[in-house]
Design a protein around this ligand. Structure first.
Ligand code: ADP
Length: 166
């Protein structure tokens, strides 16, 4: 059975990567789908996010990485995936994720959503937190793959990162 792991991945964090590594062990194939989220203005262009995920998952067999447009259930069907994989960090994720899962079920009754609980040590990680820390020159090397850390450093290249006077 194949699964689809959709997200914005702006950028990929070690929390996402942990989910991918565990997901690929559960399924015959896992498609990581970078989807356009109209509610979010991305920091990294689509091509860069695809490149980051491909580099970080190069050691994993059975992982495909692509970008898609449209409804997640349609993307899953096109990929031959019967399951949509999502991650849960905290209660705050649950309400939103449950609403999305129910919406997808109403659109495509055969499609199942599977939630994996975050690894405890990644439970505080989100793409937004990582960007916030990187923007102010903080160390993100324990939060993201090394390639992503380098991209963040380039993106937020600051002449004097710590304690600047504004
Ligand atoms: P979206 O814009 O679709 O929410 P994200 O890239 O923010 O995309 O997240 C994609 C999926 O990965 C979501 O299901 C989210 O809950 C999950 N996720 C994000 N961060 C973590 C983490 N640290 N641990 C486990 N799952 C996570």
């Amino acid at each position: 059975m194949r699964a689809l792991y959709p997200g914005s991945f702006d950028p990929l964090t070690l929390g996402h990567l942990d989910l991918i590594e565990r997901g690929v062990r559960l399924f015959d194939g896992l498609v990581v789908a970078v989807l356009q989220n109209p509610a979010k203005q991305p920091c990294f262009p689509l091509e860069k996010r695809l490149e980051q995920i491909r580099a970080a998952t190069a050691h994993l067999e059975g992982v495909e990485v692509s970008s898609f447009d449209g409804l997640t259930v349609d993307v899953a069907r096109r990929c031959g995936a019967a399951v949509i994989l999502r991650g849960l960090r905290a209660l705050s994720d649950f309400e939103f994720e449950l609403q999305i899962a129910h919406t997808n079920k109403s659109l495509s009754p055969q499609m199942e959503t599977l939630f994996l609980a975050t690894a405890v040590h990644h439970s505080f990680l989100s793409s937004s937190v990582v960007k916030e820390v990187a923007r102010f020159g903080g160390d993100v090397s324990h939060m993201v793959p090394s390639g992503v850390a380098a991209d963040l450093a380039r993106l937020f290249n600051r002449s004097s990162p710590q304690g600047r006077h504004v």
